[in-house]
Design a protein around this ligand. Structure first.
Ligand SMILES: Cc1cc2nc3c(=O)[nH]c(=O)nc-3n(C[C@H](O)[C@H](O)[C@H](O)COP(=O)(O)O)c2cc1C
Length: 324
């Protein structure tokens, strides 16, 4: 299985299958089982800054009573401590890299999380900076700038590799990725999955649409990894979204990914897809005469003659024209 080895964010992985951040990675026991099932690395469930604030009833704006400040400090310390235990226990029970994950939406006030996660033994830190920007007075570019501000603060605090997981709603994520690289990011994950709102027409309440992803989610990752790995080649990429079988894993690597971060198919089918996907990858490589992932990583990215146009085309007239 040596030929499946890969380097992602400076970490040496025995294979490119990473169990992505979700509740499937929120206990050391579960993480040990993912390793036994063949995973190359694990991203722990995110620690959510927003959730800690909501639980404690704390709001950023305005003044706080002493009681509010106390509750916030209590929840914050308690949740952080639980998370540090998860890192320490997972590191005890697993030999594969353990990547901690923080969901944050402000550049300051929480970077001590990052320091303590590094001290607890995390091999890398994944930043999941995802929010809906819907303010009327939103300044274009502010969301991109937020990613950079957060990354800069974290880089001051830690020496472990920092990975940035992006949401899929950017007009053009390539200049951002270029700036992330310039500010010390080791890797980028394309893309995170946003909760999708739905409405129950009988109860007139809001609900979440299908929480799990679909195979068709892969195409946007292929587009942007295909473009970005050509234009910003010095950092590593992981595809997340719609990686559900060996074929989709091969496509992600051909587009330029060093790894895949997988979630929904594990919720649907348990741990069986891990070995199936790795077996498929090994067989496909043998069939095509590839000795290592480096032999074909990025072989179908935008540098391949003519494929830049394929990635950049927003509408395929011939293809759409067939549908009358
Ligand atoms: C139930 C569920 C929980 C998730 N929780 C997190 C999380 O805590 N942090 C995070 O960065 N991504 C989270 N994600 C996103 C996944 O890690 C993954 O990036 C996304 O679902 C796309 O991959 P998939 O198509 O294989 O599901 C979650 C996804 C699901 C479905």
């Amino acid at each position: 299985m040596k030929k499946l080895e890969t380097t992602f964010a400076g970490l040496n992985l025995k294979n490119p299958f990473i169990v992505s951040s979700c509740n499937l990675t929120n206990s050391a026991e579960k993480n040990r089982r993912w390793e036994e099932a063949g995973a190359g690395a694990i991203v722990l469930k995110s620690l959510f800054e927003e959730e800690i604030e909501a639980e404690s009833g704390w709001v950023q704006e305005g003044t706080h009573t002493e009681e509010q400040d106390y509750l916030f400090a209590y929840y914050r310390a308690h949740r952080l401590d639980e998370y540090l235990q998860l890192i320490k226990e997972s590191k005890k029970q697993c030999t594969i890299p353990i990547i901690a994950s923080v969901n944050c939406f402000r550049p300051t006030g929480w970077t001590d999380f990052a320091t303590q996660m590094e001290q607890a033994g995390a091999d890398a830190l994944e930043l999941n900076v995802m929010s809906v920007c819907a303010d009327l007075d939103y300044t274009y570019g502010a969301y991109e700038q937020l990613h950079l501000d957060i990354l800069r603060e974290v880089k001051k605090a830690v020496t472990i590799p920092v990975i940035v997981k992006l949401g899929r709603h950017f007009t053009n994520c390539i200049p951002l990725i270029h700036q992330l690289y310039a500010n010390g990011a080791s890797a980028v994950v394309l893309f995170n999955r946003m909760a999708a709102p739905d409405i129950n027409i009988n109860t007139l309440t809001y609900a979440n649409a299908d929480a799990l992803g679909h195979p068709s989610d892969l195409h946007e990752s292929l587009r942007w990894i295909g473009l970005a790995s050509n234009r910003v080649p010095k950092l590593s990429y992981a595809a997340s979204g719609g990686v559900v079988n060996g074929e989709s894993m091969v496509k992600a690597i051909l587009a330029g990914a060093s790894a895949v971060e997988v979630c929904s198919v594990l919720y649907r089918r348990g741990d069986a897809p891990i070995q199936e996907m790795l077996d498929f990858l090994g067989d496909w490589m043998a069939h095509n005469g590839y000795e290592s992932l480096n032999d074909f990583r990025g072989a179908m990215n935008a540098k391949k003659q003519g494929s830049a146009a394929a990635f950049e085309r927003s509408q395929f007239f011939k293809q759409f024209g067939r549908f009358e």
